[in-house]
Design a protein around this ligand. Structure first.
Ligand code: ADP
Ligand code: MG
Length: 397
């Protein structure tokens, strides 16, 4: 059984907390602070118990070296507002600035390290490389607390290797996430339906095979739909599509037919020549996508079809927006799914950084859903039954 922070005496101890603070930014403004808010209970408890708190996290995908465009400064500022006290950001991760900041920390004090991905060893595939970086991080602290649920599926230095080097505990967010997502892996109330969308198709595509064996129905929108539509012989114009995925999609359609699960695809789409806020756009049937247009949202017919398909569900998992919700023109499909779930009797779980940001941007409250997970890839891996490296390592002594 994994230990939590309640199992440790933390007063006066240096506690390194790995959070997932990878939030959408517009310049230096945090667009959605859901992941920062989710990190608060653990941080507040540690501060309250007079720990010396060191927060580490990543932001975006910098090229493995310091890059001001990916500084955690806006995140530190927002965390400070939410905690009601300024948050100091070290100028480096494990270098002189971090070391000085940590040695000056009073009990009940907090410092944030710079973006972990400014060091290429954080995400290295080479175990010794990651180990060296994890060793430098470990040297800063007495206890490691894993609370970045959204990164637990990554075997990275600050997620995995460090737990081999320090006494370790799960934070409250990780404990809560695991508790909620377990309801999608055992004793599932059926019918169980999964809604998939979004743009990280290559990351998520693999999950469909496993989901087909646990879910009764899978609804697919967003850019995730294009390989399936292409597999069915539709021309998808200039829509986002990796041709390698068409054969895989065909395989899933065949598997679904054999497994008795159903895959529900869009019947119509909102298309435009380009991805901008005011280009001319129109609704077309999936058989009529013009060669020079791209699908940017599911259409109103698809929204009705998906809503009807979700009726009667007793468990629903949703990951991935149905369209480019960041633009008001292409937010309707995502809004339709959110409405269907918030008015459903089912236990509804929403996962994904962008999906969570989308529902909040569209005015839905987290509390209107059964559970809103901070993890996209991580929640998908969890519910398909995979072992998350960052979770498994917490069980090790
Ligand atoms: P999450 O973070 O919730 O796991 P993803 O990162 O996979 O979700 O995808 C979110 C992104 O998908 C959004 O930025 C949205 O604009 C984009 N998206 C949704 N539908 C489409 C589409 N048809 N074409 C291109 N991008 C899309
Ligand atoms: Mg995303």
């Amino acid at each position: 059984m994994m230990k939590t922070i309640d199992d440790f005496e933390v007063a006066g101890q240096r506690v390194l907390v790995r959070d997932d603070l990878n939030v959408p930014l517009d310049g230096d403004r945090v667009m959605d602070d859901g992941r920062i808010r989710a990190a608060l209970p653990t941080l507040a408890a540690l501060l309250d118990r007079q720990a010396k708190v060191i927060v580490c996290a990543h932001l975006g995908r910098p090229a493995g070296k310091p890059d001001p465009a990916y500084s955690l400064a806006p995140v530190a500022a927002r965390l400070g507002e939410l905690l009601g006290r300024p948050v100091r950001l070290a100028a480096d991760i494990t270098g002189p600035s971090a070391q000085a900041a940590v040695s000056n920390l009073p009990p009940g004090g907090l410092v944030m390290l710079e973006n972990l991905r400014f060091d290429q060893r954080e995400t290295s595939k080479d175990d010794p490389q990651r180990g060296l970086f994890a060793g430098e991080l470990a040297a800063l602290a007495d206890l490691y607390v894993s609370d970045g649920f959204g990164v637990l599926h990554r075997k990275q230095a600050s997620v995995y290797d460090i737990a081999l080097r320090l006494p370790h505990a799960a934070g409250y967010l990780v404990r809560t996430e695991v508790g909620a997502l377990r309801r999608l892996t055992a004793d599932i109330r059926r019918p169980y339906m999964v809604v998939l969308g979004g743009a990280k198709v290559e990351d998520k595509f693999d999950a469909i095979g496993d989901l087909l064996s646990v879910a009764d129905r899978i609804l697919i929108g967003g850019a995730m739909a294009f390989p399936f539509l292409a597999a069915q012989g539709y021309k998808v114009g200039t829509s986002r599509l990796d041709p390698d995925q068409i054969a895989l999609a065909q395989g899933y359609l065949d598997l679904a037919a054999r497994a008795g699960a159903r895959i529900v695809l869009p019947s119509d789409l909102v298309v435009a020549a380009g991805r901008d806020g005011d280009a001319a756009h129109e609704v077309v049937a999936v058989g009529d996508i013009p060669a020079d247009q791209m699908g940017l949202d599911i259409g109103p017919g698809s929204a009705r079809l998906f809503t009807a398909s979700l009726r009667g569900a007793r468990t629903v998992f949703w990951n991935g927006p149905m369209g480019v919700f960041e633009l008001a023109l292409y937010a309707s499909g995502t809004r339709a799914i959110a409405s269907a779930l918030t008015s459903s009797e089912a236990f509804t779980v929403v996962g994904g950084g962008d999906t969570g940001a989308a529902i909040r941007a569209l005015g839905f409250r987290d509390g209107a859903f059964g559970y809103v997970s901070t993890g996209g890839g991580a929640s998908l891996e969890f519910i398909r039954g995979k072992t998350l490296p960052g979770l498994a390592v917490l069980d090790k002594p």
